[in-house]
Write a new protein. Sequence first.
Length: 314
Amino acid sequence: MNRIDRVTAILIQLQSKKVVKAQELADRFEISLRTVYRDIRTLEEAGVPIIGEAGIGYSLMEGYRLPPVMFTKEEATAFLTAEKLVEKLTDEQTRNTYQSALFKVKAVLKMTEKDYLDTISSHIEVLDNPYLPKHHDESSHIQTLLQSIAEKRCVEMLYFANHSQVDSQRIIEPVGIFLQATAWYLIAYCHLRKDYRHFRIDRIKELRNTHQAFAGEHPSLQTYLPKFSQRENLTLVKILVQKNVLRYFGDQKYYNGFVDQKDRGDKVEMTFLTASIRGFAHWFLNFGEYAEILEPLELKGMVKGIVLKILEKL
């Protein structure tokens, strides 16, 4: 990127956030902090009212606005591709909101770029995975939860707990949401449990905003996610598999916690972290005659038990 394009991009980024740190700009454009400072001075000399404070960052003076931004063809294509993901992986309200925003993006495009997007739109698609369960959640929970986080207001929800098969009424302080496989999860401080908990968003039956403010500050979502993984009680599994059957695994290995594999001649040593060792045992039977369990011993015993039960019925 030449300097003129970079300075223009910095100006756009300054308008996109309340405060932008110099290190953010250095990381994005892969330049030194010294170069960032020089580019900021260039904008100031051009008459852009930039407010800078040491240790905090840069911001534009309130009321200053750029003229309408023109998107490149590649940027518009990225928006279109993201739309396909939003359609499949979010709730109805988020889909509608994103589509409305995309209309505004298309409105400022040149006619040739609009024609280009219309042409390629039918050539991009996100398909449902046949191996994963379908979620028909048409609620608007995602936007409600994000609003709660932004306003630091508690929400009340009716939640279905899968492990106990019962509904419970809770007041929570949402911390963040994340997507894992095809399901959205919520991390929140639960007033009922007096601790942080994670919830499947598609199991929230009812959700409403309250006027109750958060009791205190919460750690970031990124801080909590490692704890979420630890609470899943994952089991380390290692197996040795003949190479000629690996092509039949497809995406199934990922759904069973695939982590790594190492070449062992005509075989491959595969490592998994599985949340259900019994489920892994049943999957292993699909190719068990071409594989060997290295660890844990519990898995070997479980597979033997399943095989014996099958033999009793033959």
